[in-house]
Design a protein around this ligand. Structure first.
Ligand SMILES: *Cc1c(COP(=O)(O)O)cnc(C)c1O
Length: 487
């Protein structure tokens, strides 16, 4: 079996007496028994059940474990909505410099000037990219940014004595949008999409009133389409006194091309792990900086980094602030990577990132649409949503089957069954860092799968350590211990 050692626990590799290192006997200790040197509660009552393994066992075990999952460093990873682009190692190295990792947030500000300057400059850079002047770096993820901005909006309306109870989100929105609205104390109401995938303006109009605090829009949206109605949407929302939230998860499509603030948005988040080469996954630490308009600025979390002459400091004197949403200054390690990524590209480079991301997605779309129809048009932004509905009807091969079988071909799966508005959805986002050769190889794999024996495809993947776990049970009752009887 491939990766035998990685599918066993380190404990199962243990052999009595095997060691990674043999430490010479101490020549410091006296012959006095340990009991006389340490209080009894500090002494173990039995030997610790630690694995006994050689250094080579440990290195192989963890190296093999690290290869059981696919990653952007090992495989093409077209997971739509997630922007799994290659993360330049330069940014990792810079974020790992002693001057960054050895800082402690409790140090006096005078000794943190370099970091505070970096964060201050990043605030300015994000304001420029978003077209929105006030920035908070505190939120720890995109979803957390949504929540924080909605809390700021709630504080804004509360201070004005306005009772606004509703937040509107399109039916194609990411699940975090209605979830954040609910957590912020609003009633989340769904707006229908029109047949072309954009927001249905009539449905929006029927739900807009002076009870609406915020309308959350993802643009480009989760179908990979730029919603041309955005300015009209913003006009109508502003007419009833509400704010427009722009979910910035898809900023990789429009960097340096247009700015949410110019489109009429009042607030937005960035996902540095998507757009600015932060590491993905693992539950964090992440970042989800937000940018808001002038009116909402005073409500942003405290503290904020400010500049006074040549010095930088944390400003806690923010009486209308919603307070803290994260300890210290947020996850600065991720922010440092974003800062390095943005500066190393520069304005023209960032625009090129988006242009290339859109070009790559359109190339893939054009190659696959004959086999996997794309219901929402022949052109896309940085991603597109294809449908396996026809394939399911003719050959019994579903979006999930394709996703699983792609693993055997050495490709991570696209996002499947999202957005909910497309049946048998396969959401493909190649990103700008992939070559034409990789995109072509991915198309070839897709074509082959659609022609393969349906039973084979149903049983895929056949080459991975874990095959097809039950989706629900795997999420609700994960078995984290390897099971030799085939789990
Ligand atoms: C990823 C994503 C989010 C949530 O961002 P996190 O950083 O994962 O919390 C919100 N909306 C859209 C459209 C996304 O793709």
């Amino acid at each position: 079996m491939r990766n035998r050692q990685a599918t066993q626990l380190l404990f199962e590799l243990s052999k009595p007496g095997r060691r990674a290192a043999v430490i010479p006997p101490s020549d410091v200790l006296t012959d006095e028994p340990l009991e006389s040197l340490l209080p009894s509660e500090a002494l173990a009552t039995e030997e610790l059940a630690l694995p006994e393994v050689a250094e080579g066992d440990v290195v192989r075990h963890y190296t093999n474990l690290s290869t059981l999952n696919m990653s952007v460093d090992t495989h093409f990873y077209p997971l739509g909505s997630c922007t799994m682009k290659y993360n330049p190692k330069r940014n990792e190295r810079l974020a790992g410099l002693g001057g960054v990792v050895d800082l402690h947030p409790y140090q006096p500000e005078s000794t943190l000037q370099g970091m505070l300057r970096l964060l201050y400059e990043l605030q300015g850079i994000l304001a420029e990219i978003s077209g929105l002047p006030a920035v908070s770096l505190q939120p720890a993820a995109g979803a957390h940014g949504e929540l924080t901005a909605l809390m700021a909006a709630a504080a804004y309306f509360a201070e004005r004595g306005e009772k606004r109870t509703k937040v509107l989100t399109p039916d194609s929105a990411h699940g975090t949008n209605p979830a954040s609205a609910t957590m912020a104390g609003f009633q989340a109401i769904t707006i229908r999409s029109a047949a072309d995938g954009s927001v249905d303006l009539d449905d929006l109009a029927s739900k807009l009133d002076d009870q609406v605090a915020v309308v959350m829009i993802t643009n480009p949206n989760t179908l990979g389409l730029f919603d041309k109605g955005i300015s009209e949407i913003a006009k109508r929302v502003h007419a009833v006194g509400g704010f427009v939230y722009l979910d910035g998860a898809n900023m990789n499509a429009i960097l340096g091309v247009t700015r949410p603030g110019d489109l009429g948005a009042d607030m937005m988040h960035f996902n540095p792990h998507k757009t600015f080469s932060g590491p993905h996954g693992g539950g964090g630490p992440g970042a989800g900086p937000i940018c808001v308009n002038e009116a909402l600025g005073p409500y942003l979390p405290s503290p904020m980094v400010v500049r006074e002459g040549d010095a930088y400091r944390l400003d806690y004197d923010r009486p209308r602030s919603i307070g803290r949403v994260r300890s210290f200054f947020g996850n600065v390690g991720v922010l440092v990577r974003a800062y390095c990524y943005i500066l190393s590209h520069g304005p023209a480079g960032l625009r090129k990132v988006s242009e290339q991301a859109v070009l790559n997605a359109n190339y893939l779309l054009a190659r696959v649409k004959h086999i996997l129809p794309v219901p929402h048009g022949d052109k896309c932004m940085h991603e597109f949503v294809a449908s396996a509905e026809r394939l399911k009807a003719t050959r019994g091969i579903t979006a999930m089957d394709i996703a699983k079988r792609l693993l055997d071909y050495g490709f991570h799966a696209p996002t499947v069954y999202f957005p909910l508005t497309v049946p048998e959805a396969l959401m493909v986002e190649p990103t700008e860092t992939e070559s034409k050769e990789t995109l072509d190889a991915f198309c070839e794999a897709l074509f082959r799968i659609t022609e393969e024996d349906a039973d084979l495809v149903h049983s895929a993947p056949t080459t991975t350590a874990v095959r097809r776990p039950d989706e629900l049970t795997a999420a609700r009752k994960p078995i984290v211990k390897w099971n030799h009887s085939g789990g």
